[in-house]
Design a protein around this ligand. Structure first.
Ligand SMILES: [Fe+2]
Length: 261
């Protein structure tokens, strides 16, 4: 099961994970007929964008969920992403991670192309998901990242109707400064459930974080979603705006900002 991939200026980065299609489960009518497959190696592949063969690198078993961004650095490739510890049961109890079932962390893989090695490092081990970067920097080096704090995110993977329960999510958004190794957390009301934060640059922005992080946040008091807009450079401050939408927006979807040109 390949859920996401990454791009650098030179490569398409693809992930071959030990979660494979389960024909018997499909025949039984399992809603998510995929299983953790011990026999399937975990590997990351670099497909040259200019053409050519994929070069594969083996890594320790893991479930790769979402790409933050990737870039070339000398003869290496750096990929930032969220992963779940192995083994990960898509249609079961999630994973056996340090925080219990179903939590992802923010990770960095550095693929040393010359020596055929992959170095992995945890950037932030708090449960979080839906990493996003300034989109103009996709495939190039980034400094900032935005993620949604997560609760039992496995519940989102169990969903087959596209509407994960609120308790899969948490009530905070996180801004990462990956250069300094610091984070800022924007806390939302107690029972709120925050989804993916999309970064929208200010008009004429010069700094990478000059702009807004916008996210759908389920507001249980209204039974509907608020579109919460944070100034990225004042991340822990009061939101710039909370747009009260007339209905619920299902959590867990990815989104993109398209300016009204
Ligand atoms: Fe996704």
């Amino acid at each position: 099961m390949m859920h996401d991939f990454a791009l650098t200026e030179k490569y398409v980065v693809i992930f071959d994970l030990p979660i494979t299609f389960d024909p018997a489960g499909a025949e039984r009518g399992d809603p998510v007929p995929y299983v953790w497959n011990e026999k399937h190696a975990t590997r990351v592949g670099l497909l040259p964008r200019a053409g050519g063969e994929v070069r594969w690198f083996e890594v320790d078993p893991v479930f790769y969920s979402h790409t933050l961004n990737a870039y070339d650095e000398g003869s290496s490739v750096v990929v930032d992403m969220t992963t779940y510890p192995a083994p990960f049961y898509v249609a079961g109890r999630g994973c056996d991670g340090p925080y219990g079932a179903g939590t992802a962390s923010l990770e960095r893989w550095t693929i040393d192309v010359a020596h055929g090695r992959v170095r992995t490092r945890t950037l932030d081990d708090r449960p979080q998901e839906f990493p996003r970067v300034h989109e103009a920097l996709v495939s190039r080096r980034h400094r900032y990242a935005y993620t949604a704090a997560a609760a039992d995110m496995t519940l989102a993977y169990l969903t087959t109707d596209g509407n994960p329960p609120d308790r899969a999510f948490a009530n905070a958004l996180i801004k990462h400064d990956l250069l300094r190794g610091t984070t800022q957390v924007h806390r939302l009301p107690r029972d709120a459930a925050a989804g993916e934060a999309v970064f929208v640059p200010s008009e004429g922005a010069r700094a990478e974080d000059d702009g807004y992080a916008i996210a759908y946040v389920h507001n249980p008091d209204r039974g509907a979603a608020d579109l919460v807009i944070l100034a990225a450079q004042d991340f822990t401050g009061e939101p710039v705006a909370r747009v009260h939408l007339p209905g619920r927006v299902p959590l867990g979807f990815h989104g993109s900002w398209i300016p009204d040109a």
